[in-house]
Design a protein around this ligand. Sequence first.
Ligand code: UDP
Ligand code: MG
Length: 321
Amino acid sequence: MYAATTTTMKQLISYVLPVHNEAGNIQPLYHALSEATQSLDYNFEFIFVNDGSTDLSLEQLQQLHATDPRVVVINFARNFGHQIAVTAGLDYARGDAIIIMDADLQDPPKVSAELIATWQQGWDVVYAKRRTRQDGFFKRATAKIFYWLLRRLADIDIPQDTGDFRLVSRRVVDALKQFNEHNRFLRGLVSYVGFKQTYVLFDRDKRYSGTTSYPLKKMIRFAADGIFSFSWAPLKLIGRVGYFISALAFIGALYALAVRIVVPEDVVPGWAFTVIAISLIGGIQLIMLSVLGGYIGRIYTEVQNRPLYIIESVTSDQEDA
Ligand code: UDP
Ligand code: MG
């Protein structure tokens, strides 16, 4: 049934587009995509993953499918999150190359021509690296700190200034499908997979319509996934802090002893010092517990091994849908 759909020898490019409340962006995105791809000599499929939108996104996507059979709509039973939506799209995509792109037009579709051309030169991963971005100061600052931390802590080399906007070849997607982890940090996994990776530069646009679905809380969670799933550094930190505090305590003990011996008549009240020491150690212990918690919580979700996503419906012309 696979061969029946490939009537021409043209290669197939799949787009994976996660959608969460993007009703105002779907039409303009589709037009930009059609425009960017029409002069390219490939077959295309546009896989939209509706990740529990509460607006009219799903209706709009189904309308698109009615007018263009290249549009595929995977409709989640609820919101599972951006990284999971992309994962579902990758699972479904049949292309020789797959382009992952946000659905809010922040990733300009016209960059795809460059991504595809670079892939044709023999690269397996072509990520789109931001030359400039329009986001506010806060988003830029937090992103900078996060990438700096990740660079220092992570065991793999995760490129700076890149989101999930990228092209990946068939064999990279096949490799990615072997990663079942639940707390997914896809761009890290793509780096981990290997093969020949390169980048093209682009200017990241403003969100076309609507608001971000990544408030601070989600960003922190996402950053934690990146660090906890690719680094042991926080665990090692516990030990280091422990040694440091113990050394301080040892010095403190020597000092107390010395005072006791040299000037025994000096009644040291010591109350403030005790309180400070106890609360300091208590605070540090709680922080360290939370580091352990970060790993244990993730182990817990992996052990539960629940399905990554639940699909409510698939709208597609492909027989093997
Ligand atoms: N998105 C999603 N599920 C979510 C949150 C976001 O599929 O739970 C999609 C969203 O529709 C967009 C992309 O992921 O296509 C990036 O989200 P957003 O633009 O809100 O994040 P930002 O660009 O502000 O980091
Ligand atoms: Mg966005």
